[in-house]
Design a binder for this molecule. Sequence first.
Ligand SMILES: *Cc1c(COP(=O)(O)O)cnc(C)c1O
Length: 379
Amino acid sequence: MTEAIPFIDLKAQYKSLEQDIKSRINKVLEHGQYIMGPEVAELEEKLASYVGVKHCIGVSNGTDSLMIAMMALDIGHGDEVITTPFTFISTGEMIALLGAKPVFVDIDPCTYNIDPSKIETAITSRTKAIMPVSLYGQCADFDAINSIAEKHGLPVIEDAAQSFGASYKGRRSCGVSTIGSTSFFPSKPLGAYGDGGALFTNDDTLAKAMREIRVHGQDKRYHHPRIGMNGRLDTIQAAVLLAKLERFDWEVEQRAKIGARYTELIKEQLTKNSQLDIVPPELETYNTSVYAQYTVRVKNREQVQKKLKDAGVPTAVHYPIPLHLQPAFAFAKRAIGAFPIAEAAANEVMSLPIHPDLTNETQDKILDCLISQLELDAS
Ligand SMILES: *Cc1c(COP(=O)(O)O)cnc(C)c1O
């Protein structure tokens, strides 16, 4: 293979939306309301209706959004928040930044999301919230999580940075818990051309609190009933997102189709040769996935990655070290072996290129490379 395959192709998407994106950005440049301009409110309204909740609050990124959600819930020093160790750093990081303690719970080996059956024993009198992550684009099991939360009077924050557009039992991600939090980092399923994020809730009081925290805890000009931060979404990013929304339904469909095709083709290879060292991702029957990542498991990961790289196929690892083994979380005092399912996943997961414009032809090339490498290993 001569031409390198991109891991995520944002150029193809830009080409198809170029005129609309440029004209929307130009409009912002003309009206000049760079901060909290009309595009922010327009986007919030559209996203709230897309998700099917009352309130959407556009924010600076998908990390600040977790922080703002927890601040609105008054989470702080000495509190505990239950979450998964198998996620991007932000999830645990924001809990710790607020002075609270991330209490990790191991994951389900099929979906890589928090295992609801292990949550209840982790609840203490200090627990203030449960924060599941909808990893790789598939929602965690929210009915199970919400019923435990309800029993203990706890709010649930969905870290939906990878799952915007996915659905759980017919409901959209970001609308399945007390607060939904997502990211518009360029490579996420709905990506801006810079940083951005959004918060979702049906709770009027929490929505008001999150709106205030986003602008320095301000309720009216220069009057600050609470501590907040600068957590606003840029008007230009909102304009870009409005353009991208025009194609988003198609993209969500494409992502689901491409992900399903990967799985189907891998399973076909496995029926031919059961010795192949590869496990495709599993999608719960009640979920749809936006495949923010298409992630398989291979035992011989480093070697497979190197061989694919040499053949022009990029791969990535989401994520090589679970949070409880990160030096930054040493204070949470969890040793190797504490969460064996997350640890095993961290050693074996490997993500393949996926984006809405991936053609069958390129996908076939990627799989040919991967399967032929695995066949060599199996023989
Ligand atoms: C990307 C991501 C975030 C952080 O989003 P940013 O917009 O980059 O701050 C948080 N959690 C998860 C699970 C993510 O994948």
